[in-house]
Design a protein around this ligand. Structure first.
Ligand code: GCB
Length: 602
Protein backbone atom coordinates (compact mmCIF):
# COMPACT_ATOMS: atom_id res chain seq x y z
CA UNK A 1 0.00 0.00 0.00
CA UNK A 2 2.78 2.35 1.03
CA UNK A 3 4.58 1.59 -2.23
CA UNK A 4 1.49 2.42 -4.25
CA UNK A 5 1.10 5.67 -2.36
CA UNK A 6 4.71 6.66 -2.95
CA UNK A 7 4.30 5.81 -6.61
CA UNK A 8 1.15 7.89 -6.81
CA UNK A 9 2.86 10.79 -5.12
CA UNK A 10 5.83 10.51 -7.45
CA UNK A 11 3.56 10.43 -10.49
CA UNK A 12 1.67 13.42 -9.17
CA UNK A 13 4.84 15.41 -8.65
CA UNK A 14 6.19 14.30 -12.01
CA UNK A 15 3.05 15.55 -13.71
CA UNK A 16 3.22 18.58 -11.48
CA UNK A 17 -0.40 18.35 -10.44
CA UNK A 18 -1.88 20.77 -7.94
CA UNK A 19 -2.30 19.23 -4.52
CA UNK A 20 -5.54 18.53 -2.71
CA UNK A 21 -7.49 21.67 -2.16
CA UNK A 22 -7.44 23.46 1.18
CA UNK A 23 -10.81 25.04 1.93
CA UNK A 24 -12.09 27.93 4.06
CA UNK A 25 -9.05 29.99 3.08
CA UNK A 26 -10.62 33.38 3.95
CA UNK A 27 -10.71 32.28 7.60
CA UNK A 28 -7.26 30.70 7.87
CA UNK A 29 -3.91 32.06 8.99
CA UNK A 30 -2.66 33.58 5.78
CA UNK A 31 -0.28 36.15 4.42
CA UNK A 32 -1.52 37.88 1.30
CA UNK A 33 0.71 38.04 -1.75
CA UNK A 34 -1.64 40.46 -3.46
CA UNK A 35 -0.26 43.76 -4.64
CA UNK A 36 2.30 44.72 -7.25
CA UNK A 37 3.99 41.94 -9.20
CA UNK A 38 6.56 42.35 -11.97
CA UNK A 39 5.61 40.94 -15.35
CA UNK A 40 7.29 40.02 -18.63
CA UNK A 41 5.23 39.60 -21.80
CA UNK A 42 6.58 36.51 -23.53
CA UNK A 43 4.65 35.71 -26.73
CA UNK A 44 7.31 33.25 -27.97
CA UNK A 45 7.78 31.52 -24.60
CA UNK A 46 11.43 32.48 -24.65
CA UNK A 47 11.69 31.98 -20.92
CA UNK A 48 10.22 28.49 -21.11
CA UNK A 49 11.97 26.84 -24.09
CA UNK A 50 15.49 26.94 -25.44
CA UNK A 51 16.00 28.01 -29.08
CA UNK A 52 15.71 24.34 -30.07
CA UNK A 53 12.52 24.06 -28.04
CA UNK A 54 13.84 22.15 -25.04
CA UNK A 55 11.55 22.83 -22.13
CA UNK A 56 13.75 24.38 -19.45
CA UNK A 57 11.83 22.96 -16.50
CA UNK A 58 12.47 19.45 -17.81
CA UNK A 59 16.23 19.95 -17.87
CA UNK A 60 18.20 18.50 -15.01
CA UNK A 61 19.72 21.87 -14.25
CA UNK A 62 17.59 24.49 -15.93
CA UNK A 63 19.50 27.17 -17.78
CA UNK A 64 19.74 30.65 -16.29
CA UNK A 65 17.78 31.77 -19.34
CA UNK A 66 14.72 30.09 -17.83
CA UNK A 67 12.65 32.96 -16.49
CA UNK A 68 11.60 30.99 -13.43
CA UNK A 69 15.20 31.20 -12.24
CA UNK A 70 14.80 34.95 -11.86
CA UNK A 71 18.48 35.16 -12.66
CA UNK A 72 20.66 38.26 -12.45
CA UNK A 73 24.07 38.59 -14.07
CA UNK A 74 26.93 38.17 -11.62
CA UNK A 75 29.39 40.20 -13.68
CA UNK A 76 29.25 42.85 -16.36
CA UNK A 77 30.20 40.45 -19.13
CA UNK A 78 27.52 37.86 -18.59
CA UNK A 79 24.66 37.57 -21.10
CA UNK A 80 21.23 37.63 -19.46
CA UNK A 81 18.28 38.74 -21.56
CA UNK A 82 15.57 39.31 -19.00
CA UNK A 83 15.20 41.08 -15.69
CA UNK A 84 12.02 40.87 -13.64
CA UNK A 85 13.07 43.68 -11.35
CA UNK A 86 13.41 46.13 -14.23
CA UNK A 87 10.16 44.94 -15.82
CA UNK A 88 6.85 46.75 -15.35
CA UNK A 89 4.48 46.09 -12.50
CA UNK A 90 0.84 45.06 -12.50
CA UNK A 91 -1.72 44.71 -9.77
CA UNK A 92 -2.57 41.23 -8.56
CA UNK A 93 -5.31 40.10 -8.40
CA UNK A 94 -6.23 41.53 -11.75
CA UNK A 95 -6.49 40.61 -15.38
CA UNK A 96 -3.91 42.06 -17.75
CA UNK A 97 -6.38 43.08 -20.48
CA UNK A 98 -8.05 45.83 -18.47
CA UNK A 99 -4.91 47.06 -16.70
CA UNK A 100 -2.49 47.53 -19.59
CA UNK A 101 -3.90 49.15 -22.75
CA UNK A 102 -1.48 47.34 -25.05
CA UNK A 103 -2.67 44.00 -23.63
CA UNK A 104 -6.38 44.56 -24.21
CA UNK A 105 -6.59 41.85 -26.90
CA UNK A 106 -3.51 39.86 -25.85
CA UNK A 107 -3.89 36.10 -25.60
CA UNK A 108 -0.69 34.28 -24.85
CA UNK A 109 2.04 33.99 -22.25
CA UNK A 110 3.00 36.40 -19.51
CA UNK A 111 5.38 35.73 -16.61
CA UNK A 112 4.73 37.18 -13.17
CA UNK A 113 7.12 37.48 -10.24
CA UNK A 114 6.58 38.36 -6.62
CA UNK A 115 9.37 38.52 -4.03
CA UNK A 116 8.64 37.97 -0.35
CA UNK A 117 10.15 37.04 3.00
CA UNK A 118 8.62 34.45 5.26
CA UNK A 119 9.75 33.35 8.65
CA UNK A 120 8.30 29.84 8.88
CA UNK A 121 8.71 28.48 12.36
CA UNK A 122 9.90 24.96 12.98
CA UNK A 123 7.18 22.29 12.64
CA UNK A 124 4.85 24.52 10.69
CA UNK A 125 3.88 24.01 7.08
CA UNK A 126 3.30 26.53 4.33
CA UNK A 127 1.18 26.42 1.16
CA UNK A 128 0.77 28.87 -1.68
CA UNK A 129 -2.86 29.27 -2.71
CA UNK A 130 -4.22 30.82 -5.91
CA UNK A 131 -7.91 31.78 -6.07
CA UNK A 132 -7.80 31.48 -9.86
CA UNK A 133 -5.48 31.97 -12.81
CA UNK A 134 -6.79 32.12 -16.36
CA UNK A 135 -6.07 29.79 -18.04
CA UNK A 136 -2.97 27.68 -17.55
CA UNK A 137 -0.40 28.29 -14.84
CA UNK A 138 3.13 26.94 -14.39
CA UNK A 139 4.24 27.83 -10.89
CA UNK A 140 7.79 28.02 -9.47
CA UNK A 141 9.19 29.02 -6.11
CA UNK A 142 12.88 29.90 -5.84
CA UNK A 143 13.48 28.21 -9.20
CA UNK A 144 11.74 24.94 -8.26
CA UNK A 145 8.67 23.86 -10.12
CA UNK A 146 5.63 23.49 -7.88
CA UNK A 147 3.30 22.35 -10.61
CA UNK A 148 0.89 23.17 -13.37
CA UNK A 149 -2.79 24.00 -13.19
CA UNK A 150 -5.42 24.27 -15.89
CA UNK A 151 -8.82 25.92 -15.71
CA UNK A 152 -9.39 29.64 -15.30
CA UNK A 153 -11.90 29.88 -12.48
CA UNK A 154 -11.02 27.43 -9.74
CA UNK A 155 -8.56 27.56 -6.85
CA UNK A 156 -5.47 25.41 -6.30
CA UNK A 157 -2.56 25.19 -3.89
CA UNK A 158 0.96 23.78 -3.57
CA UNK A 159 3.00 23.03 -0.49
CA UNK A 160 6.19 25.10 -0.20
CA UNK A 161 7.40 24.13 3.30
CA UNK A 162 10.67 22.62 2.06
CA UNK A 163 11.44 25.45 -0.36
CA UNK A 164 10.53 28.66 1.40
CA UNK A 165 13.36 30.72 2.96
CA UNK A 166 13.29 33.43 5.59
CA UNK A 167 14.47 36.06 3.09
CA UNK A 168 14.41 36.67 -0.63
CA UNK A 169 11.86 34.17 -1.98
CA UNK A 170 10.72 34.61 -5.54
CA UNK A 171 7.44 33.17 -6.71
CA UNK A 172 7.25 33.01 -10.50
CA UNK A 173 4.14 32.12 -12.46
CA UNK A 174 3.85 31.66 -16.20
CA UNK A 175 0.28 32.32 -17.27
CA UNK A 176 -0.98 31.25 -20.67
CA UNK A 177 -4.50 32.18 -21.78
CA UNK A 178 -4.18 30.89 -25.35
CA UNK A 179 -7.50 29.31 -26.33
CA UNK A 180 -7.57 25.68 -27.46
CA UNK A 181 -10.39 23.57 -28.87
CA UNK A 182 -9.92 20.84 -26.28
CA UNK A 183 -10.00 23.18 -23.28
CA UNK A 184 -12.90 23.98 -20.95
CA UNK A 185 -14.21 26.38 -22.15
CA UNK A 186 -13.33 25.80 -25.79
CA UNK A 187 -12.13 28.50 -28.25
CA UNK A 188 -15.54 30.09 -28.75
CA UNK A 189 -17.27 31.92 -25.90
CA UNK A 190 -19.40 35.03 -25.65
CA UNK A 191 -17.23 36.61 -22.95
CA UNK A 192 -13.80 38.16 -22.67
CA UNK A 193 -10.87 35.81 -22.17
CA UNK A 194 -9.34 37.88 -19.35
CA UNK A 195 -5.82 36.59 -18.77
CA UNK A 196 -3.76 36.67 -15.62
CA UNK A 197 -3.76 35.98 -11.91
CA UNK A 198 -7.32 37.09 -11.51
CA UNK A 199 -8.01 36.21 -7.87
CA UNK A 200 -6.20 36.52 -4.52
CA UNK A 201 -2.86 34.85 -3.89
CA UNK A 202 -2.00 33.85 -0.35
CA UNK A 203 0.35 31.81 1.78
CA UNK A 204 -1.44 29.50 4.21
CA UNK A 205 0.38 28.45 7.36
CA UNK A 206 -0.65 25.24 9.10
CA UNK A 207 0.42 22.74 11.73
CA UNK A 208 1.97 19.46 10.56
CA UNK A 209 -1.40 17.81 10.80
CA UNK A 210 -4.38 20.04 10.04
CA UNK A 211 -8.00 20.26 8.95
CA UNK A 212 -7.76 20.48 5.19
CA UNK A 213 -11.44 20.32 4.44
CA UNK A 214 -14.82 19.71 6.06
CA UNK A 215 -18.48 19.87 5.36
CA UNK A 216 -21.45 20.68 7.59
CA UNK A 217 -24.88 20.51 6.03
CA UNK A 218 -28.37 19.61 7.09
CA UNK A 219 -28.92 15.95 6.49
CA UNK A 220 -30.83 15.32 3.29
CA UNK A 221 -33.29 13.03 5.03
CA UNK A 222 -33.54 14.62 8.43
CA UNK A 223 -33.82 18.35 9.06
CA UNK A 224 -32.89 17.79 12.69
CA UNK A 225 -29.47 16.41 11.97
CA UNK A 226 -26.32 18.20 10.84
CA UNK A 227 -24.15 15.73 9.01
CA UNK A 228 -20.73 16.08 7.49
CA UNK A 229 -17.10 15.13 7.53
CA UNK A 230 -13.70 16.46 8.50
CA UNK A 231 -10.63 15.62 6.49
CA UNK A 232 -7.21 15.83 8.11
CA UNK A 233 -4.10 16.43 6.06
CA UNK A 234 -1.15 14.31 7.22
CA UNK A 235 -3.05 12.50 9.96
CA UNK A 236 -1.02 11.87 13.09
CA UNK A 237 -2.58 9.36 15.53
CA UNK A 238 -1.25 11.54 18.39
CA UNK A 239 -3.97 14.01 17.53
CA UNK A 240 -7.04 11.98 16.87
CA UNK A 241 -9.79 14.11 18.35
CA UNK A 242 -11.73 16.91 16.74
CA UNK A 243 -14.45 19.12 18.16
CA UNK A 244 -17.23 20.76 16.21
CA UNK A 245 -18.94 23.52 18.10
CA UNK A 246 -21.86 25.76 17.23
CA UNK A 247 -22.46 27.66 20.47
CA UNK A 248 -25.74 29.22 19.38
CA UNK A 249 -27.15 25.74 18.81
CA UNK A 250 -25.54 24.39 21.96
CA UNK A 251 -23.54 21.95 19.89
CA UNK A 252 -20.23 20.77 21.19
CA UNK A 253 -19.48 17.53 19.45
CA UNK A 254 -16.29 15.50 20.02
CA UNK A 255 -15.32 12.88 17.49
CA UNK A 256 -12.50 10.42 17.03
CA UNK A 257 -10.72 10.61 13.71
CA UNK A 258 -10.26 7.40 11.70
CA UNK A 259 -6.81 6.17 10.76
CA UNK A 260 -7.35 7.45 7.20
CA UNK A 261 -7.65 10.98 8.57
CA UNK A 262 -11.40 11.35 8.13
CA UNK A 263 -14.24 11.75 10.54
CA UNK A 264 -17.88 11.43 9.51
CA UNK A 265 -20.48 12.75 11.89
CA UNK A 266 -24.19 13.19 12.45
CA UNK A 267 -25.13 15.71 15.08
CA UNK A 268 -28.74 15.98 16.27
CA UNK A 269 -29.92 19.54 16.50
CA UNK A 270 -33.01 21.17 17.97
CA UNK A 271 -34.66 24.46 17.12
CA UNK A 272 -32.57 25.60 14.24
CA UNK A 273 -33.31 28.85 12.44
CA UNK A 274 -33.24 27.79 8.79
CA UNK A 275 -31.43 29.88 6.18
CA UNK A 276 -33.63 31.50 3.55
CA UNK A 277 -33.68 34.76 1.55
CA UNK A 278 -35.94 36.29 4.22
CA UNK A 279 -33.79 34.93 7.03
CA UNK A 280 -30.17 34.54 5.88
CA UNK A 281 -29.15 33.18 9.25
CA UNK A 282 -25.52 32.04 9.50
CA UNK A 283 -24.15 30.26 12.54
CA UNK A 284 -20.64 30.61 13.90
CA UNK A 285 -19.00 27.22 13.59
CA UNK A 286 -15.63 26.22 15.04
CA UNK A 287 -13.68 23.07 14.31
CA UNK A 288 -11.00 22.52 16.87
CA UNK A 289 -8.12 20.22 16.00
CA UNK A 290 -4.46 20.04 16.97
CA UNK A 291 -4.22 23.56 18.43
CA UNK A 292 -5.83 25.12 15.38
CA UNK A 293 -9.35 26.43 15.21
CA UNK A 294 -11.18 26.58 11.92
CA UNK A 295 -13.87 29.23 12.14
CA UNK A 296 -16.62 29.55 9.60
CA UNK A 297 -20.14 30.93 9.29
CA UNK A 298 -22.59 28.40 7.91
CA UNK A 299 -26.30 28.49 7.16
CA UNK A 300 -28.52 25.44 7.29
CA UNK A 301 -31.42 24.80 4.95
CA UNK A 302 -32.87 22.06 2.80
CA UNK A 303 -33.40 22.25 -0.93
CA UNK A 304 -35.29 19.59 -2.87
CA UNK A 305 -37.88 19.13 -5.56
CA UNK A 306 -41.31 17.58 -5.38
CA UNK A 307 -42.80 16.96 -8.82
CA UNK A 308 -42.68 20.38 -10.48
CA UNK A 309 -41.94 22.40 -7.35
CA UNK A 310 -38.69 23.55 -5.78
CA UNK A 311 -38.91 23.33 -2.00
CA UNK A 312 -36.73 25.43 0.27
CA UNK A 313 -36.99 24.20 3.85
CA UNK A 314 -40.00 22.18 2.74
CA UNK A 315 -41.92 25.09 1.19
CA UNK A 316 -42.40 25.86 -2.54
CA UNK A 317 -40.26 28.72 -3.73
CA UNK A 318 -40.13 30.74 -6.95
CA UNK A 319 -36.66 31.77 -8.09
CA UNK A 320 -36.69 35.47 -8.96
CA UNK A 321 -33.28 35.57 -10.56
CA UNK A 322 -30.85 37.33 -12.83
CA UNK A 323 -27.78 36.08 -14.70
CA UNK A 324 -24.46 37.70 -13.83
CA UNK A 325 -20.98 37.70 -15.40
CA UNK A 326 -17.97 38.33 -13.18
CA UNK A 327 -17.06 41.77 -14.45
CA UNK A 328 -16.27 45.04 -12.69
CA UNK A 329 -17.11 48.66 -13.38
CA UNK A 330 -13.95 49.24 -15.45
CA UNK A 331 -14.64 46.38 -17.85
CA UNK A 332 -12.28 43.88 -16.22
CA UNK A 333 -12.56 40.70 -14.20
CA UNK A 334 -14.30 41.42 -10.89
CA UNK A 335 -12.42 40.35 -7.77
CA UNK A 336 -12.88 42.73 -4.84
CA UNK A 337 -15.64 42.73 -2.23
CA UNK A 338 -16.81 46.07 -3.65
CA UNK A 339 -17.14 44.47 -7.09
CA UNK A 340 -19.21 41.64 -5.65
CA UNK A 341 -21.38 43.97 -3.61
CA UNK A 342 -22.04 46.23 -6.58
CA UNK A 343 -23.46 43.28 -8.54
CA UNK A 344 -25.46 41.71 -5.74
CA UNK A 345 -26.92 45.03 -4.58
CA UNK A 346 -28.31 45.56 -8.07
CA UNK A 347 -29.77 42.05 -8.03
CA UNK A 348 -31.47 42.94 -4.75
CA UNK A 349 -32.75 46.20 -6.20
CA UNK A 350 -34.28 44.22 -9.04
CA UNK A 351 -36.19 42.18 -6.48
CA UNK A 352 -34.17 38.99 -6.84
CA UNK A 353 -33.94 36.20 -4.33
CA UNK A 354 -31.65 34.22 -6.65
CA UNK A 355 -28.69 34.76 -9.01
CA UNK A 356 -27.24 32.66 -11.77
CA UNK A 357 -23.46 33.09 -11.61
CA UNK A 358 -22.69 32.42 -15.27
CA UNK A 359 -20.76 30.69 -16.96
CA UNK A 360 -17.98 29.54 -14.62
CA UNK A 361 -17.39 29.43 -10.87
CA UNK A 362 -17.17 33.02 -9.65
CA UNK A 363 -14.90 34.27 -6.87
CA UNK A 364 -15.49 32.77 -3.42
CA UNK A 365 -16.21 36.24 -2.03
CA UNK A 366 -19.41 36.69 -4.04
CA UNK A 367 -20.76 33.32 -2.91
CA UNK A 368 -20.01 34.17 0.71
CA UNK A 369 -21.69 37.52 0.22
CA UNK A 370 -24.76 35.85 -1.27
CA UNK A 371 -24.88 33.71 1.88
CA UNK A 372 -25.03 36.86 4.00
CA UNK A 373 -27.45 38.75 1.76
CA UNK A 374 -29.92 35.91 1.36
CA UNK A 375 -29.51 35.29 -2.34
CA UNK A 376 -29.78 31.74 -3.63
CA UNK A 377 -27.12 30.82 -6.19
CA UNK A 378 -26.78 28.72 -9.33
CA UNK A 379 -23.09 27.86 -9.78
CA UNK A 380 -21.83 26.69 -13.14
CA UNK A 381 -18.76 25.27 -14.86
CA UNK A 382 -17.62 26.44 -18.30
CA UNK A 383 -18.86 23.43 -20.25
CA UNK A 384 -20.13 25.93 -22.76
CA UNK A 385 -21.41 25.38 -26.30
CA UNK A 386 -19.10 22.97 -28.13
CA UNK A 387 -16.40 21.61 -25.84
CA UNK A 388 -14.86 18.38 -27.16
CA UNK A 389 -17.35 15.89 -25.82
CA UNK A 390 -15.52 12.93 -27.36
CA UNK A 391 -12.21 13.83 -25.73
CA UNK A 392 -11.49 12.06 -22.45
CA UNK A 393 -8.96 14.69 -21.39
CA UNK A 394 -11.59 17.38 -21.86
CA UNK A 395 -13.96 15.40 -19.68
CA UNK A 396 -11.32 15.03 -16.94
CA UNK A 397 -10.66 18.75 -17.10
CA UNK A 398 -14.37 19.58 -16.72
CA UNK A 399 -14.66 17.11 -13.87
CA UNK A 400 -11.65 18.64 -12.10
CA UNK A 401 -13.17 22.10 -12.36
CA UNK A 402 -16.43 20.80 -10.95
CA UNK A 403 -14.64 19.04 -8.10
CA UNK A 404 -12.79 22.21 -7.17
CA UNK A 405 -15.95 24.32 -7.29
CA UNK A 406 -17.94 21.89 -5.14
CA UNK A 407 -15.04 21.43 -2.73
CA UNK A 408 -14.64 25.17 -2.27
CA UNK A 409 -18.32 26.09 -1.95
CA UNK A 410 -20.12 23.10 -0.49
CA UNK A 411 -20.68 24.79 2.88
CA UNK A 412 -22.47 27.78 1.40
CA UNK A 413 -26.20 27.69 2.07
CA UNK A 414 -26.76 30.11 -0.80
CA UNK A 415 -25.74 27.54 -3.40
CA UNK A 416 -28.81 25.53 -4.28
CA UNK A 417 -27.97 24.41 -7.83
CA UNK A 418 -24.85 22.99 -9.47
CA UNK A 419 -25.06 23.48 -13.21
CA UNK A 420 -23.26 21.09 -15.51
CA UNK A 421 -23.32 22.93 -18.83
CA UNK A 422 -24.71 25.70 -21.01
CA UNK A 423 -26.35 25.31 -24.44
CA UNK A 424 -24.49 22.18 -25.44
CA UNK A 425 -25.51 20.51 -28.71
CA UNK A 426 -27.19 17.12 -28.28
CA UNK A 427 -25.21 14.02 -29.26
CA UNK A 428 -24.54 10.63 -27.69
CA UNK A 429 -21.06 11.75 -26.64
CA UNK A 430 -22.41 14.92 -25.06
CA UNK A 431 -25.15 13.02 -23.26
CA UNK A 432 -22.61 10.63 -21.76
CA UNK A 433 -20.30 13.51 -20.84
CA UNK A 434 -23.02 15.35 -18.92
CA UNK A 435 -24.47 12.23 -17.38
CA UNK A 436 -21.00 11.41 -16.01
CA UNK A 437 -20.67 14.93 -14.60
CA UNK A 438 -24.04 14.52 -12.88
CA UNK A 439 -22.98 11.22 -11.31
CA UNK A 440 -19.72 12.79 -10.21
CA UNK A 441 -21.44 15.81 -8.65
CA UNK A 442 -23.85 13.59 -6.73
CA UNK A 443 -20.91 11.60 -5.36
CA UNK A 444 -19.43 14.84 -4.00
CA UNK A 445 -22.60 16.50 -2.75
CA UNK A 446 -26.02 14.90 -2.52
CA UNK A 447 -27.68 17.85 -0.82
CA UNK A 448 -28.14 20.19 -3.78
CA UNK A 449 -30.05 20.23 -7.04
CA UNK A 450 -28.48 19.60 -10.40
CA UNK A 451 -29.32 21.38 -13.61
CA UNK A 452 -27.94 22.55 -16.96
CA UNK A 453 -29.06 25.32 -19.31
CA UNK A 454 -30.57 23.43 -22.24
CA UNK A 455 -31.60 24.26 -25.78
CA UNK A 456 -35.06 23.62 -27.16
CA UNK A 457 -36.66 22.94 -30.54
CA UNK A 458 -40.06 23.47 -32.10
CA UNK A 459 -42.61 20.84 -33.03
CA UNK A 460 -45.77 22.14 -34.72
CA UNK A 461 -45.03 25.61 -33.41
CA UNK A 462 -44.71 24.44 -29.80
CA UNK A 463 -41.42 24.90 -27.93
CA UNK A 464 -40.26 21.49 -26.75
CA UNK A 465 -38.05 21.30 -23.67
CA UNK A 466 -37.27 17.64 -24.05
CA UNK A 467 -33.48 17.33 -24.12
CA UNK A 468 -32.62 13.73 -23.27
CA UNK A 469 -30.31 14.66 -20.43
CA UNK A 470 -33.32 16.16 -18.66
CA UNK A 471 -33.86 12.76 -17.12
CA UNK A 472 -30.65 13.11 -15.10
CA UNK A 473 -31.39 16.64 -13.92
CA UNK A 474 -33.44 17.84 -10.95
CA UNK A 475 -34.41 21.08 -12.64
CA UNK A 476 -35.12 21.56 -16.34
CA UNK A 477 -33.57 24.89 -17.30
CA UNK A 478 -33.60 26.30 -20.81
CA UNK A 479 -32.43 29.39 -22.68
CA UNK A 480 -34.62 31.03 -25.32
CA UNK A 481 -34.35 34.32 -27.22
CA UNK A 482 -37.76 35.05 -28.68
CA UNK A 483 -37.65 38.41 -30.43
CA UNK A 484 -33.89 38.56 -30.61
CA UNK A 485 -32.35 35.62 -32.46
CA UNK A 486 -35.68 34.60 -34.00
CA UNK A 487 -39.42 34.62 -33.61
CA UNK A 488 -41.81 37.48 -33.53
CA UNK A 489 -42.55 39.42 -30.36
CA UNK A 490 -46.16 39.88 -31.44
CA UNK A 491 -46.58 36.09 -31.24
CA UNK A 492 -45.24 35.82 -27.71
CA UNK A 493 -48.56 35.36 -25.99
CA UNK A 494 -49.51 32.54 -28.35
CA UNK A 495 -46.19 30.73 -28.03
CA UNK A 496 -46.50 27.59 -25.95
CA UNK A 497 -43.92 25.43 -24.23
CA UNK A 498 -44.05 21.80 -23.26
CA UNK A 499 -41.85 19.36 -21.40
CA UNK A 500 -42.19 15.63 -20.87
CA UNK A 501 -40.52 15.87 -17.47
CA UNK A 502 -42.52 16.21 -14.29
CA UNK A 503 -39.91 18.53 -12.82
CA UNK A 504 -39.55 22.24 -12.07
CA UNK A 505 -38.75 24.40 -15.10
CA UNK A 506 -36.54 27.49 -15.09
CA UNK A 507 -35.99 29.93 -17.94
CA UNK A 508 -32.25 30.31 -17.46
CA UNK A 509 -31.92 32.99 -20.17
CA UNK A 510 -33.93 35.37 -22.32
CA UNK A 511 -33.19 38.92 -23.40
CA UNK A 512 -32.02 41.28 -26.11
CA UNK A 513 -29.50 44.09 -26.57
CA UNK A 514 -30.14 47.77 -25.94
CA UNK A 515 -27.65 50.57 -25.93
CA UNK A 516 -28.39 52.59 -22.83
CA UNK A 517 -29.56 56.07 -23.82
CA UNK A 518 -30.55 55.05 -27.35
CA UNK A 519 -34.26 55.66 -27.84
CA UNK A 520 -36.73 54.94 -30.61
CA UNK A 521 -39.77 52.87 -31.50
CA UNK A 522 -40.40 49.53 -29.87
CA UNK A 523 -39.60 47.77 -33.15
CA UNK A 524 -36.24 49.53 -33.53
CA UNK A 525 -33.45 47.16 -32.60
CA UNK A 526 -30.79 48.29 -30.09
CA UNK A 527 -33.08 50.89 -28.49
CA UNK A 528 -34.14 50.74 -24.85
CA UNK A 529 -37.75 50.64 -26.10
CA UNK A 530 -37.08 47.48 -28.12
CA UNK A 531 -35.57 45.74 -25.11
CA UNK A 532 -38.40 46.97 -22.89
CA UNK A 533 -41.02 45.57 -25.29
CA UNK A 534 -39.03 42.33 -25.59
CA UNK A 535 -39.22 41.92 -21.81
CA UNK A 536 -42.95 42.75 -21.70
CA UNK A 537 -43.76 40.21 -24.39
CA UNK A 538 -41.40 37.50 -23.17
CA UNK A 539 -42.79 37.73 -19.67
CA UNK A 540 -46.34 37.27 -21.00
CA UNK A 541 -45.15 34.08 -22.64
CA UNK A 542 -43.04 32.88 -19.74
CA UNK A 543 -45.90 33.27 -17.27
CA UNK A 544 -47.78 30.58 -19.14
CA UNK A 545 -45.03 27.99 -19.05
CA UNK A 546 -46.33 25.02 -17.13
CA UNK A 547 -44.15 24.03 -14.16
CA UNK A 548 -42.38 27.41 -14.15
CA UNK A 549 -40.30 27.71 -10.99
CA UNK A 550 -38.04 30.62 -11.78
CA UNK A 551 -36.07 32.67 -14.26
CA UNK A 552 -32.72 34.37 -14.67
CA UNK A 553 -32.91 36.83 -17.60
CA UNK A 554 -29.77 37.52 -19.60
CA UNK A 555 -28.20 39.64 -18.07
CA UNK A 556 -27.74 42.08 -15.17
CA UNK A 557 -24.98 44.27 -16.67
CA UNK A 558 -23.54 44.76 -20.18
CA UNK A 559 -20.28 42.82 -20.44
CA UNK A 560 -17.28 42.74 -22.72
CA UNK A 561 -17.28 40.20 -25.52
CA UNK A 562 -14.90 40.09 -28.47
CA UNK A 563 -17.78 38.68 -30.55
CA UNK A 564 -19.85 41.86 -30.32
CA UNK A 565 -18.47 44.14 -32.99
CA UNK A 566 -21.16 46.51 -34.22
CA UNK A 567 -19.59 50.00 -34.17
CA UNK A 568 -21.40 52.72 -32.28
CA UNK A 569 -23.69 50.18 -30.60
CA UNK A 570 -21.83 47.17 -29.27
CA UNK A 571 -18.20 48.32 -29.49
CA UNK A 572 -17.00 45.09 -27.93
CA UNK A 573 -19.86 44.76 -25.44
CA UNK A 574 -22.78 42.38 -25.25
CA UNK A 575 -25.53 44.93 -24.55
CA UNK A 576 -28.16 42.59 -23.13
CA UNK A 577 -27.66 44.09 -19.69
CA UNK A 578 -30.57 45.60 -17.78
CA UNK A 579 -27.86 48.01 -16.63
CA UNK A 580 -25.12 49.53 -18.78
CA UNK A 581 -21.48 48.86 -17.99
CA UNK A 582 -21.22 52.34 -16.50
CA UNK A 583 -24.10 51.65 -14.15
CA UNK A 584 -27.13 53.27 -15.84
CA UNK A 585 -30.39 51.36 -15.63
CA UNK A 586 -32.26 50.74 -18.86
CA UNK A 587 -36.04 50.77 -19.24
CA UNK A 588 -36.31 46.97 -19.18
CA UNK A 589 -34.82 46.95 -15.67
CA UNK A 590 -38.06 48.46 -14.36
CA UNK A 591 -40.25 45.99 -16.29
CA UNK A 592 -38.41 43.13 -14.66
CA UNK A 593 -38.44 44.77 -11.25
CA UNK A 594 -42.21 45.33 -11.40
CA UNK A 595 -42.80 41.76 -12.53
CA UNK A 596 -40.78 40.44 -9.60
CA UNK A 597 -42.62 42.76 -7.24
CA UNK A 598 -45.90 41.30 -8.44
CA UNK A 599 -44.54 37.77 -8.19
CA UNK A 600 -43.37 38.38 -4.63
CA UNK A 601 -46.89 39.24 -3.59
CA UNK A 602 -48.61 36.32 -5.31
C1 GCB B 1 -26.62 32.64 -24.83
C2 GCB B 1 -25.44 32.30 -24.02
C3 GCB B 1 -24.80 33.53 -23.41
C4 GCB B 1 -24.75 34.64 -24.46
C5 GCB B 1 -26.16 35.00 -24.84
C6 GCB B 1 -26.22 36.05 -25.95
O1 GCB B 1 -27.46 31.84 -25.12
O2 GCB B 1 -25.70 31.35 -23.04
O3 GCB B 1 -23.53 33.19 -22.95
O4 GCB B 1 -24.04 35.73 -24.02
O5 GCB B 1 -26.81 33.88 -25.33
O6 GCB B 1 -26.18 37.23 -25.65
O7 GCB B 1 -26.31 35.66 -27.10
Amino acid sequence: MKKILTLLLLTASFLGLAQELITNVPNRITKSLNGEWNYIIDPYETGFYSFHHDQYDKQEKPSNSAFFNNYHAVNKQELVEYDFDKSPKINIPGDWNSQVPELKYYEGNIWFKKSFDYDLKDKKRLFVYFGAINYKADVYLNGKKLGTHEGGFTPFNFEVTAIVKAKGNYLVVKVDNTRHKEDVPTTNTDWWNYGGITRDVSLIETEQSFVQDYTLQLDKKNKNVISGFIKINNFDPKFNLATVSIPELKINYNGKINSDGTLNFEIPVKKISYWSPENPKLYEVTIDFNRQKQKDTIGFRTIETLNDKILLNGKPIFLRGISIHEENAKGGRANSDEDALRLLNWAKELGCNYVRLAHYPHNENIVRMADKMGLMVWEEIPVYWTVEFTNNETYKNAENQLTAAVTRDKNRASIIIWSMANETPVSDARNTFIKNLVTHTKSLDNTRLISAALLTHKVDGIGMIDDEIGKYLDIIAFNQYLGWYGGNLEDAEKTLWKTPYNKPVIVSEFGGDAKQGLHGEKNERWTEEYQEYLYIQNLKMIEKIPQLSGLSPWILVDFRSPKRLLPGIQDGYNRKGLISNDGQKKKAFYIMRDWYEKKKNE
